[in-house]
Ligand binder design. Structure first.
Ligand SMILES: [Fe+2]
Length: 233
């Protein structure tokens, strides 16, 4: 349960695909946002209630069903603001009509907590990461010692390379990564640990990344993913 002065993140591991669903708490107003509501609306609402929170917002990293299949059950219970990127709404075609559509660089607030939107395409055209203080919720863009696949409709490995390089090059190494699936040896990590041990962050040539992502990785590694030693030399 990472703490910074303004917010707190509660992590739920739900469903048959090891999804990580986050309840983001603004510690001043006790308002809460659910990131990627999926699999078990009751478990999500239990977490909200147990912590004395009021659910006000839903943040989507992308629209794959394993990240959104509790969206409508939650919307049926409360008036909620739904956030996603305009690019993902367009790719999905089923975003709620009253959803708030973001562009890269947008900032919005949960109570007193600012949330920054990074548009990180590659796994999906409109993939988003949400930066809250030193916490980065990455969806299926970056996993613990892994990254999202690019072979589904809308996937683009060159775009994912650029998105991962951007995270690596622009965020502080202390940034704590909260991925969309619990596929690694631990549920969260730091950007520093990933720069050291995540093979997807080592490539300087985008075409080499594309080859490794699309042709090599799934044959040579299996979960849970841990740090890979850097190649000699
Ligand atoms: Fe996905």
């Amino acid at each position: 349960m990472p703490d910074t002065p303004g917010h707190r993140i509660h992590t739920l591991r739900l469903g048959p695909m090891d999804n990580l669903v986050y309840v983001l708490e603004d510690r001043t107003t006790h308002h809460a946002a659910v990131v990627d509501p999926a699999w078990d609306a009751d478990a999500i609402m239990d977490c909200v209630g147990r912590n004395g929170l009021t659910l006000t917002d839903i943040l989507l990293t992308h629209s794959h069903t394993d990240h959104i299949n509790a969206l409508e059950p939650l919307r049926a219970r409360a008036q909620l603001r739904v956030h996603l990127t305009a690019a993902e709404a367009e790719a999905w075609g089923h975003a709620p009509g009253d959803a708030i559509l973001h562009r890269d660089g947008d900032t919005f607030h949960l109570g007193g907590t600012p949330i920054h939107v990074l548009h990180t395409p590659g796994h999906n055209p409109g993939g988003a990461c949400y930066l809250v203080g030193d916490d980065l919720i990455t969806g299926d863009t970056l996993f613990v010692y892994g990254c999202g696949r690019c072979d589904l409709p809308g996937g683009d490995p060159r775009a994912l390379y650029a998105s991962l390089q951007r995270l690596k090059d622009t965020l502080p190494s202390r940034t704590r990564i909260h991925p969309g699936h619990d596929y690694g040896v631990e549920p969260s990590t730091t950007l520093e640990q990933q720069i050291q041990g995540n093979p997807f962050l080592r490539f300087e040539d985008p075409e080499a990344f594309v080859h490794y992502r699309m042709e090599v990785h799934d044959r040579v590694r299996s979960g849970p993913y841990g740090p890979e030693p850097a190649p000699a030399g």
